[in-house]
Unconditional design. Structure first.
Lengths: 571, 88
């Protein structure tokens, strides 16, 4: 067993097909006459033309159905083959060092490959494979190497190779290919891109051991964990077969939903978003079909350190999120410390009821310097994506006005520093305190959006500490009182024309989906894994049905009946 | 001569795909176009030279254009960095 980097998830079982490459070698020949040198240069130029023509032919070959990613790889190849820098370097080696065009090219490519491999940037070092591939294409026409035999396969095979070039992956008969395992490569190498695009499990950077496999060996490969087994024993093989089949049916379901718009059967569009603490969650959420970030928690930025993060440190974080958000909206919640989240460098006196104590916006309004630093960092990042600002733990309208005043001050400070920001950044609040839910009609006039935080709203409404296990059975989101508060917030949002979202646990609870939809909720934000499940409910039901569910639930007097009913109607 | 600064908006930086588009765009003009990051300067006609600068998302680069059609080239390049590059 060995381990590489899993770049395309899934489990594959098949027979090894090993592609080994003949090494290209230097001839060491020195050119002697000026005629030879001139001929060498024109031979190189002709090879460049032929190599470009070969790529054009691949692009035009209608038998190959190339994806946009694959076409891009080919375009990049054309540019590299025709690169003036490569040409100048090769011509110089032919003219000054009297090298044959083949030797000159090999040297130039080898140098470039080293330079790129050593670059401190994963993407750029992976480009060394493109350069090597471009060089090999030109070299082929210089040394009259016959075109590669495109392997055709019988039965399930797993391709094992040093690295797989774009030309190989694109022209290979992939019908029976169940997986790729390469000795070299990285997350951004061609094998990774193509395997992902084709949905074929792949593991790269396996090291020399993988080349010990011989043709016909039974190979098991896990493209998620990166594990590879050569000739595994029967019990391991059976385990993997079971895992493969379970995974196949699960991913099939999810994959099918990713690009399906989340619209009810009667045409009501619902926005599914993801709750995140960092970039990884966001990308996973987008992969699962999320169309924005309904909650970016900023506490992680403040935890596990010795002092408050500086404005620049925070700015870099928000900027990286904004840049990778693919222009989807991202709601940034200002710090929500206190309660169960304490900072080692910021001492909060022991409190009898920390959840009712000094926390979130209350700290921010008390210590404006902490708050303004964060607001300035978010504002500066707002030019890189659709960022919105959200204040947590709002209990009354004065707090909103005070927070907005500090936001204005942050904007003013940036303006006099001549730093650009989105002056019209949207400002919203979390609705998680019962007084805010009850006065949603008043608060709606002060902000651009609401987001309902069900976790705190539930614990405050029911007077149940959600951290206390003794009373955890009393923590009950389906309590009619909690549901009425949620319903009121959604209704008041609609009346005042401001969008209402939900970023608490309930938004990702499949039993609540129809009820919330019936209340009129259009923005659900949840953990990345929940998105496909919620989407499936939305696309299989109508808003009309959801409205009936809502009015039926409002007739019921206890959560046990409500839950039993919701279980029965949720399909 | 026209000089202008641009912040790279694409998260992945000026990687191979936008670099390809940029080189092809620049080929349409007679003017010489130079890309500068910090103290490094390269002609905007070589993919390798652009890639070797390893320009990341959020970084600022300077574009220098000189030639008879520099006005037209500047407009096209401006559009590329402010609009098209986001799509690539």
């Amino acid at each position: 067993m060995m381990k590489g980097i899993g770049v395309s998830p899934g489990i594959s079982i098949g027979r090894a097909f090993v592609i080994s490459k003949a090494a290209t070698t230097f001839s060491g020949v020195q050119l002697t006459t000026n005629e030879d040198i001139a001929a060498g240069i024109s031979k190189f130029e002709a090879a460049v033309v032929s190599a470009s023509a070969e790529i054009e032919a691949i692009k035009m070959d209608l038998n190959l159905t190339l994806s946009a990613d694959e076409l891009n790889i080919l375009e990049i190849q054309v540019e590299l083959i025709n690169d003036p820098q490569i040409k100048d370097d090769v011509v110089e080696k032919i003219e000054t060092d009297k090298k044959t065009p083949g030797d000159a090219l090999l040297e130039v490519i080898a140098n470039l490959v080293t330079v790129f491999e050593e670059m401190d940037d994963e993407y750029m070092s992976a480009r060394s494979a493109d350069i090597r591939d471009a060089g090999a294409r030109i070299l082929k026409y210089l040394q009259n190497i016959p075109p590669p035999v495109i392997p055709t396969f019988n039965g399930d095979v797993i391709i094992i190779a040093d690295d797989i070039s774009p030309s190989e992956t694109m022209t290979m008969d992939l019908q029976h290919v169940r997986g790729f395992a390469t000795r070299a490569g990285s997350k951004t190498s061609h094998t990774a891109i193509i395997a992902k695009a084709k949905g074929i499990p792949a593991v790269v950077a396996c090291g020399d051991d993988v080349m010990m496999a011989v043709e016909g060996d039974l190979i098991v490969l896990d493209g998620a964990t990166g594990f590879i087994h050569i000739n595994p024993d029967e019990s391991a093989l059976n385990d993997y077969k079971l895992k493969r089949d379970a995974l196949a049916s699960e991913t099939e379901k999810l994959k099918g939903l990713k690009d399906v718009p989340s619209i009810t059967t009667d045409g009501v569009s619902v926005h599914l978003e993801v709750n995140i603490s960092g970039i990884d969650d966001m990308l996973l959420g987008f992969e699962n079909g999320g169309e924005g970030v309904g909650l970016l928690r900023t506490e992680l930025l403040f935890m596990n350190r010795d002092s408050f993060p500086t404005e620049d440190e925070q700015f870099e974080f928000y900027k990286s999120i904004a840049l990778q958000s693919k222009n989807n909206p991202v709601i940034v919640r200002t710090i929500d410390i206190g309660g169960d989240k304490q900072l080692s460098y910021f001492n909060i006196d022991a409190e009898l009821n920390p959840f009712l104590g000094y926390r979130a916006i209350r700290i921010c309004l008390d210590r404006p310097e902490i708050f303004i630093t964060q607001l300035k960092a978010i504002l500066r990042a707002s030019v890189f994506g659709k960022l919105k600002i959200m204040f947590p733990m709002i209990a009354n309208v004065q707090e909103i006005r005070a927070a907005k005043k500090l936001l204005e001050q942050a904007k003013y400070e940036l303006t006099i520093q001549n730093i650009s920001f989105n002056a019209n950044i949207k400002v919203g609040i979390m609705i998680e305190i019962p007084s805010a839910a009850v006065t949603a009609d008043i608060l709606a006039k002060e902000v651009d959006f609401f987001s309902i935080g069900t976790n705190d709203l539930c614990q405050y409404t029911l007077a149940v500490d959600r951290m206390n296990e003794k009373i955890s059975h009393l923590y009950d989101t389906y309590n009619p009182g909690v549901l009425r508060l949620i319903g009121n917030v959604i209704e008041q949002g609609a009346k005042n024309n401001i969008p209402v979202g939900m970023c608490g646990e309930v938004a990702g609870d499949p039993l609540a989906t129809l009820l919330l939809l019936g209340m009129g909720l259009k923005e659900f934000s949840m953990g990345p894994a929940a998105i496909p499940v919620i989407k499936k409910i939305i696309i299989s039901n109508s808003e009309t049905k959801a409205k009936q569910v809502f009015s039926t639930v409002m007739q019921m007097d206890n959560s046990t009946d409500i839950l039993a009913y919701l279980r029965q109607v949720t399909t | 001569m026209i000089t202008k600064d641009y912040t790279i908006l694409a998260a992945q930086g000026l990687h191979a795909r936008p670099a390809t588009a940029l080189i092809r765009l620049v080929k349409n003009f007679k003017s010489a176009v130079i890309l500068q990051k910090g103290s490094k300067m390269v002609k905007l006609n070589s993919m390798l030279n652009i890639l070797s600068m390893a320009i990341k998302g959020g970084e600022t680069v300077t574009i220098i254009i000189e030639g008879e059609d520099e006005q037209e080239a500047a407009i096209a390049i401006d559009l590329f960095f402010t609009e098209q590059a986001k799509e690539l």
